[in-house]
Unconditional design. Structure first.
Ligand SMILES: Nc1ncnc2c1ncn2[C@@H]1O[C@H](COP(=O)(O)OP(=O)(O)OP(=O)(O)O)[C@@H](O)[C@H]1O
Length: 215
């Protein structure tokens, strides 16, 4: 369980959100500049809230500046919008970076059909393939939670749809809290167990889906 109760002064408003994520997919949905990425950054440890608490399972990651667990000790996977692959490393080297479970990484490469790309560099692969590499790299660290910042936005419709199915399959197997940021309502409805509507730094509304059993 991931619990977030944070406040942070931003340029135009104050971010002030409180929510929990069980072993489910929670979507942050809202207009550009509403604070979605900042929420992910605070959870990952890239940004620091002004006040508040963040707890993942039994570990307090942040508590009003008294406790600030550094990024590399949070055990949280992050897939960035532009995937942030290391350009000078091959696909396999990218995946192996921070990897805890080689067997799992290789299994996922096979399952997502990118085994044959091991020795290629990011510049030599497609957007959809980059997205899969970034996802496998994140999962292979065996994270306790996964943060996805618009990972499908650069993909064509067919590849996006395939990636959605892959994410749902991955989540069926690794039941961890996942937060997904998206601008696309159809994507939010398809993937989210819950959709949190973020506006001007606060959660305005929540929509819950009942299509998938939660653990
Ligand atoms: N470290 C910071 N200090 C002050 N203001 C910030 C900081 N980081 C972001 N902001 C501002 O906070 C607001 C929210 O930005 P954020 O990137 O979180 O929005 P977003 O909802 O993810 O937007 P998008 O959908 O366009 O990615 C923006 O107005 C941004 O300029």
């Amino acid at each position: 369980m991931l619990t977030v109760d944070i406040q942070k002064k931003l340029s135009h408003f104050e971010l002030n959100v409180k929510f929990s994520v069980a072993n489910e997919i929670v979507v942050l949905f809202g207009p550009s500049g509403s604070g979605k990425t900042t929420i992910l950054h605070c959870i990952a440890g890239i940004s620091k809230p002004t006040t508040g608490t963040i707890q993942l399972n039994n570990t307090v990651l942040f508590d009003n500046k008294k406790i600030v667990v550094p990024i590399h000790k949070r055990n949280i996977g992050y897939v960035f919008q532009d995937y942030a692959l290391f350009p000078h490393m091959t696909v396999w080297k990218n995946i192996a970076y921070g990897m805890k479970n080689e067997r799992l990484a290789k299994e996922l490469m096979k399952e997502l059909q990118i085994e044959q790309l091991s020795e290629k560099y990011p510049v030599e692969i497609s957007g959809g393939e980059k997205q899969r590499v970034a996802m496998i790299r994140a999962i292979a660290t065996e994270p306790d939670a996964l943060l996805l910042d618009e990972p499908f936005s650069a993909l064509d419709n067919q590849t996006r749809s395939k990636s959605h199915e892959e994410l749902l399959r991955i989540h069926e197997r690794w039941r961890i809290p996942i937060i997904l940021v998206t601008h696309q309502y159809e994507e939010a409805k398809k993937l989210g167990d819950r959709i949190l509507y973020v506006q001007d730094g606060t959660i305005r509304d929540e929509e819950r889906k009942i299509h998938r059993p939660m653990t």
